[in-house]
Design a protein around this ligand. Structure first.
Ligand code: GDP
Ligand code: MG
Length: 598
């Protein structure tokens, strides 16, 4: 294909606005997938993604389209992850495109991630085409969607394409708009190689597979390439594209998008945002904006059954091969034994990893409450990073604790503004901007400590707005804060895995709520159990669980045998998620209770 007949584009949207459905229709219409192969949402590769309806990894499909002008075009659809945890990956995928379809659900209107993604597209000089989807719905309000697109995103909504991805209405208009409105790539095929690495994953047979956008020059098997982040050269074993089946090609040249296989074994050596050059070339300037992704949210993961420690380690190693942004390191806890302290980009990323471990590796896990990264300046002048509350140095050695802040953007129907603002204030939020998108929707921005967001903020937001408020955030900075560590003691023993770091003003109320919660979730034992919350040696709250009076089975004696068996089985089920702390058995919920205390 001559470069002027290539179009590289992606689809951006708030979750559930119809990105995957539209991608499927585009694949259908360009004949990329035969009817027999066609299945729902072909781009979402992992089961987990399919079930949650989210797209975790960016994929890329090459489509051939004969336009109304009679010419054949090569369209590269680059699928971007939609969630805030993966903003950097979205931004790199956008950098590989000249155009983006901005999909807005006609019944929901513009939402948090619509705007966040649109801004990323603007930053990357991507030409946006507004697409209003779900026009088949009775609740579709096209004029309102147009108004919001103009007000919130600043695009001319007169040019919006009206579609129903589900019913297949307007899809040809979308393809024509890609051909006529998205500019073709520019680049020099005979210049030295310069390509952007915008995704990579691990394949058992091929090793690290990298997805690139070539800006200048070409990549072909037999030649070697250099990755600028490491300065290492690697032979090119094969190049190609997905149709969506993987096909090898003789080369990838300026303007094109495709995969490269080099024999690199680990995705840690192929960071997203890296630049590829010809082997030995030191003259190429790296593609701007390269960032190392850093985990921002941490939690401890422990096998319920300590015999599974090695299995857990192996599973983490395997996941790590495919996910360079996830980190883990051995941790030992007095209460929970041997496990790992794991780092994630955000809460969703954490949930995904935990779920994959349990599902794909059949592991039963106990996770501690998520925590953020604290920078601690000691009185000695030394600075330490704390990712585990149990590791916070004694108060007497601490000069200042710095905590990470985010800028949260919240979008909601106006009637929920009051409760949302109350929630943000409770979480130590500092209000920045308040803006009405139209008479029914409002946007408000808050500077928030991440520490208060990892604590069930998202769940609270969803429940108080009946699911109508949406939330997006970006990193701001770290700020000094009056923070304290609260410890929990069960029968006088400190449960390191339950320690948490919290703002001084909230230490009492959170400590109290937590011991009350623990009292509810820890079953009665044969003896009395004291549950206490403490700051240093100062006890701030206490509850007592009375001793068990009768054997649970007693009431079944002489009774129905199946009922008795059921009871025993139920207890066995429960046991799986129990941990022994001293003489006390503590269920998994006890650890999660920390999360829900607010
Ligand atoms: P994504 O999260 O943006 O990828 O959204 P999906 O493509 O997974 O769509 C979310 C939901 O909206 C699914 O249940 C789709 O079937 C539905 N959906 C998508 N497009 C349309 C449409 O044009 N009309 C209607 N009624 N539903 C749609
Ligand atoms: Mg999707």
């Amino acid at each position: 294909y001559p470069i002027e007949r290539i179009r590289n584009f992606c689809i951006i949207a708030h979750i559930d606005h119809g990105k995957s459905t539209l991608a499927d229709r585009l694949l259908d219409l360009t004949g990329a997938v035969s009817k027999r192969e066609s299945r729902e949402q072909i781009l979402d590769a992992m089961d987990l993604e399919r079930e949650r309806g989210i797209t975790i990894k960016a994929h890329n499909v090459r489509l051939n389209y004969r336009a109304k002008d009679g010419q054949d075009y090569l369209l590269n659809l680059i699928d971007t992850p939609g969630h805030v945890d993966f903003t950097y990956e979205v931004s790199r995928s956008l950098a590989a495109c000249e155009g983006a379809l901005l999909v807005v659900d006609a019944s929901q209107g513009v939402e948090a991630q619509t705007i966040a993604n649109a801004y990323l597209a603007l930053e990357n000089d991507v030409h946006m085409i507004p697409v209003i989807n779900k026009i088949d719905l009775p609740g579709a309000d096209i004029p309102r969607a147009k108004e919001q697109i103009e007000d919130a995103v600043g695009l001319d909504a007169e040019e919006a394409i009206l579609i129903s991805a589900k019913e297949g209405i307007g899809i040809t208009d979308v393809l024509e708009a890609i051909v006529t409105r998205v500019p073709p790539p520019s680049g020099d095929r005979s210049a030295p190689l310069r390509a952007l690495l915008f995704d990579s994953w691990f394949d058992v047979y091929l090793g690290a597979v990298i997805l690139v956008r070539v800006f200048d020059g070409e990549i072909r098997p037999g030649k070697s390439i250099r990755l600028l982040s490491t300065g290492k050269d690697h032979p090119v074993l094969s190049v190609g594209a997905f149709t969506p089946k993987r096909v090898d090609l003789p080369s990838l040249s300026a303007g094109e998008v495709g995969f490269v296989v080099t024999g690199i074994k680990s995705v840690r050596e192929t960071p997203i945002g890296d630049t590829l050059a010809d082997a030995g070339n030191t003259q190429i300037t790296p593609y701007p904006g390269f960032q190392e992704t850093k985990p921002m949210v941490f939690c401890g993961l422990f096998p319920t059954d300590s015999d599974q420690y090695e299995d857990l380690k192996e599973a983490l190693d395997k996941l790590r091969m495919n996910d360079a942004s996830f980190t883990f390191e051995m941790e030992s806890s007095l209460a929970l034994g041997f496990g790992f302290r794991c780092g994630f980009l955000g809460l969703l990323h954490m949930e995904i990893v935990q779920e994959r471990l349990e599902r794909e590796f059949s592991l039963s896990l106990i996770s501690t409450a998520p925590t953020v990264v604290y920078q601690v300046r000691l009185t000695s002048g030394e600075e330490v990073t704390v990712v585990n509350p149990a590791d916070l140095p004694p108060v007497t050695q601490i000069d200042t604790i710095f905590e990470p802040f985010i800028l949260g953007s919240l979008y909601m129907p106006t009637e929920y503004l009051g409760p949302v603002m109350t929630l943000c204030q409770e979480r130590r939020g500092i209000q920045r901007e308040l803006r009405y998108l139209d008479s029914r929707r409002v946007q408000v921005q808050y500077e928030l400590p991440l520490n208060e967001v990892v604590l069930d903020f998202y769940d609270r937001l969803k429940s108080l707005s009946k699911g109508y408020a949406s939330f997006d955030y970006e990193w701001l900075d770290t700020r000094p804060a009056e923070l304290e560590k609260v410890d929990v003691l069960v029968s006088g023993e400190r449960v390191d895995a339950l320690s948490f770091i919290v703002h001084k003003d909230r230490a009492y109320s959170r400590g109290r709520l937590l011991v009350e919660k623990l009292k509810e979730v820890i079953p009665r034992q044969m003896f009395e159990v004291a549950i206490q919350a403490a700051i240093g040696s100062r006890i701030i709250a206490r509850e007592t669980i009375g001793a068990m009076r009768k054997n649970v089975l007693a009431k079944c004696y002489g009774g129905d045998i199946t009922r008795k068996r059921k009871l025993l089985e139920k207890q066995k089920e429960g046991k799986k998620r129990m941990k022994q702390i001293g003489r006390v058995e503590v269920p998994q919920e006890a650890f999660m209770a920390v999360l829900r205390v607010s």
